[in-house]
Design a protein around this ligand. Structure first.
Ligand SMILES: NC(=[NH2+])NCCC[C@H](N)C(=O)O
Length: 304
């Protein structure tokens, strides 16, 4: 049995689900895209091909194995994009919460059923259907749970809005011992530079007390300011619009001192090394074309 435990974003990783690019299907039609960056690449004829994405994910597996992390992969569903495991479920403390994901992505959850068999039934939570929530919007961080949300009246018209207010209430109710803090995110169906698809597309804690942050991803200035004050300006790596677009906040922590990052993130990787981090650089720029990166591809089960 798996002893689920996740209370932050950076404690030493022991067990994780990593998505797969195997049989991710042909290039979607423009109307099938569910994020603006994929749409852009579909229209430009530069949508990533499966062999390149498999190669990138193989590099990720190799790093995880080097650190003796137990890695589960989803069962391959034919012609189904299963790269972003983060969004189909997530772990807080010793509970796994099934996400209520975009209907276009619903079948992805079936593929990790075999992992769920290793978890006690009473540790798996299935939120009611009015709760919309994806793991990319949820971050346990010590006494807090940070949640990215969109609550505007046009919620339904945004395919990029994935987590609603009902989700915030639901998580508060399930984790009464935690402080749940929500952040309104900027959404655009058509412009990836103006779209924080999930909270992890504009923010992520790293190390013991640092963070990567992009101001324009937040709709409400005070909410962004709260994060800046909480971590402190000297502990925050601020990224630009183009850096958000390249998914720079979406690196992945194996421990408080080891970060897996994209090899082209020179400015970030140097900043991290200057602060004593070991940076495991891998190629992930093809997968980045789908508006997701390293954190998005993982579903941590056990961090000690
Ligand atoms: N946790 C994340 N940021 N996941 C990114 C998912 C990207 C994927 N194209 C989608 O729109 O669903």
């Amino acid at each position: 049995m798996l002893k689920l435990n996740v209370t932050d974003e950076t404690s030493r990783l022991r067990s994780v689900v990593l998505g797969t690019a195997e049989s991710s299907g042909p290039t979607p039609q423009a109307e099938e895209a569910y994020d603006p960056k994929s749409l852009e690449h579909i229209l430009a004829g530069t949508y990533p091909v499966e062999t390149d994405m498999i190669r990138e994910m193989d590099a990720f597996v190799a790093v995880l194995r080097k650190y003796n992390v137990q890695v589960f992969r989803p069962k391959v569903i034919t012609d189904c994009n299963q790269i972003f495991s983060r969004d189909i479920a997530f772990v807080i403390e010793d509970k796994l919460i099934k996400a209520n994901i975009l209907p276009d992505r619903e079948e992805e959850f079936q593929a990790i059923k075999y992992v769920l068999e290793k978890i006690k039934e009473d540790q798996i939570i299935y939120p009611p259907k009015e709760v919309h929530i994806e793991g990319g919007d949820v971050m346990p961080w010590k006494e807090y749970i940070f949640i990215g949300v969109y609550t505007g009246p046009e919620y339904a018209s945004y395919i990029t809005a994935r987590t609603n207010n009902a989700a915030v209430d639901f998580i508060k109710e399930k984790f009464p011992n935690k402080i749940v803090k929500s952040f309104q995110l900027r959404k655009s169906n058509t412009n990836a530079r103006e779209n924080a698809l999930h909270l992890d597309c504009c923010f992520q804690p790293i190390g013991k007390d640092m963070a990567i942050l992009h101001e324009n991803g937040f709709l409400i200035e005070e909410e962004y300011q709260w994060l800046l004050d909480y971590f402190g300006k000297d502990k925050v790596f601020e990224i630009t619009k183009d850096e958000m677009y390249s998914m720079m906040s979406n690196v992945f922590s194996i421990s408080p001192t080891v970060v897996v990052s994209e090899r082209n993130f020179t400015r970030l990787n140097n900043w991290l090394r200057d602060r004593g981090f070991t940076v495991e650089e891998i190629p992930y720029a093809e997968i980045a074309k789908q508006e997701g990166l390293l954190r998005c591809s993982t579903l941590p089960l056990v961090r000690e």
